[in-house]
Write a protein that binds this ligand. Structure first.
Ligand code: SF4
Length: 329
C-alpha cells in the first residue's frame, strides 16, 4: 500500500502522520518531521521514506494481492476481531491455503494477566502504564503482543503443530505435518468423489428404477424358461461384463440359485481372431450368432452407447428374438 489511506485519518483526527523507514536515521528524521508539524499546528501525511514508498503504493503488487486474496474479518492479537481487517486466499487458490491444509481452526494466544498490550494497541494506554514494561517484559524476553509479536507467534504456531506423540520439538514438527496435510487434502478429494458418485447413482436409479424392475421381471421369466444371459462391453465395461456374468453364475446372495450367464469378452483367441480376420466391430455379433438361442438375453454395457460392436450385437440379438438391454455406464 502507499500512504494515501492515512490522509483521511490525519484529517479526521487532526494528527500529523509521517511515514518513515526502519534505519535509525529514518526514524530520527521522521520524528523531526512530526515535531515540526506539531510545532506548526499542521496535521498532514508526510513521507520520509520516499526512496521506497510512493503515495499510491505499488500498483503491480496491489493487483497481484487482490487477484489472489480477498478481504475478510481477522482476529488481531491483543485487540480481537476487526471486521474486514485481513486477507484470505480466494476460493480458486484454496489448495494452497495453509489454514485448511494444516487444519488450523483458531489461533488463540492468551496474553499474560499483567499484559495490557491490547489497550496499548488501541491507544487507550501507554507502554509505561504497564508495570512489566522494561522489567519483566523486555525485547529480549517479551511477554505480550506489543513486544516481540513476530517471534512469539512463530513459536506459537510451531507449538500448535507439534505432533503430541513425537515428543520432539518444533524444528521437526513442520516436516511431520506436511505429509499429513497432503493426506488430508487427498482424503477430502476422495470424499468429494464419493459424494459425486452417490449423487450420480441416486439420479440414475430415480430415473430408471421402474424400468429396471420391469426388466428384472422379464429376465426372471426367461431364466425360468431355461434361457441364458450373454453380457458384453469394451474396456472397463468388458470387466463389468465379466463381473455381471459371475454374479449370476456364482451368486453371493444365499439361497439364490445359480443362473446361466456368459460374458463375450473372455475368449481372447476368439476376439483376436475375429478382429484380425474380419472386423473388431463383429466380435460380439459373431459369437451371439454361434451360441445364442432365440429367447436368450443380451446385455450390452457401454459408457457412450455408441460402440459399433455393441450396436451390431444388439441388432442381431433383436433379429434372433433375444431380450436385449443396454446399460450406459
Ligand atoms: S510491556 Fe510487555 S507485558 Fe506490558 S503491555 Fe507491553 S507487551 Fe504486555
Amino acid at each position: 500500500m502507499g500512504y494515501s489511506e492515512y490522509e483521511a485519518i490525519s484529517a479526521r483526527y487532526q494528527v500529523p502522520i509521517v511515514v518513515t523507514g526502519f534505519e535509525p536515521l529514518d526514524i530520527l528524521e521522521g520524528t523531526l518531521m512530526t515535531v515540526r508539524q506539531l510545532e506548526a499546528g499542521n496535521a498532514v501525511v508526510e513521507n520520509q521514506y520516499a526512496r521506497a514508498v510512493e503515495r499510491e503504493g505499488n500498483r503491480v503488487a496491489q493487483n497481484l494481492v487482490s487477484e489472489v486474496f480477498e478481504i475478510c474479518d481477522r482476529k488481531w492479537r491483543g485487540v480481537g476481531s476487526i471486521p474486514k481487517s485481513g486477507y484470505r486466499l480466494r476460493y480458486e487458490f484454496r489448495d494452497h491455503d495453509a489454514e485448511r491444509l494444516f487444519e488450523v481452526e483458531e489461533i488463540d494466544t492468551k496474553e499474560p494477566a499483567i499484559c495490557i498490550s491490547g489497550q496499548i494497541l488501541k491507544g487507550i494506554k501507554k507502554p509505561h502504564d504497564c508495570p512489566a514494561f522494561g522489567t519483566l517484559c523486555t525485547p529480549q524476553s517479551p511477554l505480550g503482543a506489543t513486544y516481540g509479536l513476530r517471534r512469539r507467534r512463530v513459536r506459537g504456531v510451531l507449538r500448535l503443530r507439534a505432533p503430541p506423540e513425537s515428543g520432539r520439538g518444533p524444528a521437526c514438527c513442520l516436516k511431520a505435518t506436511a505429509p499429513r496435510a497432503a493426506v488430508h487434502a487427498l482424503s477430502e478429494k476422495v470424499l468429494r468423489k464419493c459424494r459425486e458418485s452417490v449423487e450420480v447413482k441416486e439420479k440414475f436409479f430415480r430415473l430408471y428404477a421402474e424400468q429396471i424392475a420391469e426388466l428384472c421381471e422379464k429376465m426372471a421369466g426367461r431364466f425360468q424358461a431355461g434361457h441364458e444371459l450373454w453380457v458384453m462391453g469394451n474396456g472397463g465395461s468388458a470387466c463389468d461384463a465379466q463381473h455381471v456374468a459371475v454374479e449370476f453364475i456364482h451368486p453371493i446372495i444365499d439361497k439364490r440359485r445359480a443362473l446361466p450367464a456368459r460374458d463375450l469378452v473372455s475368449q481372447i483367441p476368439v476376439l483376436t481372431a475375429i478382429s484380425n480376420d474380419k472386423d473388431y466391430a463383429k466380435i460380439f455379433v459373431d459369437q451371439l450368432a454361434l451360441w445364442a438361442k432365440p429367447g436368450d438375453m443380451a446385455l450390452a454395457i457401454s459408457t457412450s452407447g455408441q460402440s459399433p460392436n455393441l450396436i451390431y450385437a444388439l441388432q442381431a440379438a433383436r433379429k434372433k428374438e433375444l431380450l436385449d438391454h443396454r446399460v450406459l455406464r
